[in-house]
Design a protein around this ligand. Structure first.
Ligand SMILES: CC(C)(COP(=O)(O)OP(=O)(O)OC[C@H]1O[C@@H](n2cnc3c(N)ncnc32)[C@H](O)[C@@H]1OP(=O)(O)O)[C@@H](O)C(=O)NCCC(=O)NCCS
Length: 173
């Protein structure tokens, strides 16, 4: 397996997730009780392991590139590039960080590293970051990486029987 390791400017590393990351991811995602975050939270460590096992298939089929975020040799979060199925030059970036490590520029550095992989290795042309308008920390991450705000997508996300707006930020090469 080819490993991509990118070091952020001074502090983080991204590597492909290991099955043994399941416990840490499960804890970060369940204890985090993240607001305005519309990803599925794993129901058990075992299901998280199974989810991690499917990542290699996703990569091999150019669907999704997931990474563990390592800070001081500790796993502190996850991030990914999801390729648009209809338009394979477009990728959406996603990220989450252990609440214990918020506001240390970890997500900002992770996006910088994802951008490098997306443009330089995957040869993508357009990157998107979408977030709930109330998710100010996530919006700040997009702004700090010089993504441009393109607009508001009303009720674009369906989550737990509700429809939610997203702001869309993008960067094109
Ligand atoms: C969004 C998230 C990944 C940010 O991670 P992080 O490592 O703390 O981000 P950074 O430290 O790089 O940047 C966060 C910025 O938001 C700012 N911020 C945090 N909370 C804020 C708030 N309520 N209002 C305004 N700004 C806020 C921080 O001050 C920081 O800006 P600064 O560096 O200029 O001080 C993290 O909050 C998270 O995991 N949230 C839950 C999952 C999630 O929402 N993911 C994004 C889905 S779109």
């Amino acid at each position: 397996m080819r490993k991509i390791i990118v070091e952020g400017e001074n502090m983080i590393k991204l590597r492909y997730p290991l099955i043994s990351d399941a416990e840490a991811f499960f804890r970060i995602l369940t204890e985090g009780k993240f607001e305005y975050y519309y990803a599925t939270i794993p129901e058990s460590i075992d299901l998280e392991r199974k989810w991690l096992e499917r990542r290699e298939h996703k990569r091999k089929n150019n669907l999704e590139y997931n990474f563990s975020i390592i800070y001081n040799n500790i796993l502190v979060g996850g991030c990914e590039i999801r390729i648009d199925k209809e338009n394979s030059h477009v990728g959406e970036l996603g990220y989450f960080v252990d609440r214990e490590y918020f506001n240390k520029r970890i997500a900002t550095e992770a996006v910088k590293a994802l951008e490098k992989i997306a443009f330089e290795e995957l040869k993508l042309v357009r990157l998107e970051i979408r977030m709930d308008p109330r998710n100010k920390a996530s919006e700040k991450v997009a702004i700090k990486n010089n993504f441009e705000k393109e607009g508001l997508l009303k009720k674009v996300v369906k989550f737990q029987n509700g429809y939610f707006d997203n702001i869309i930020y993008a960067k094109v090469k």
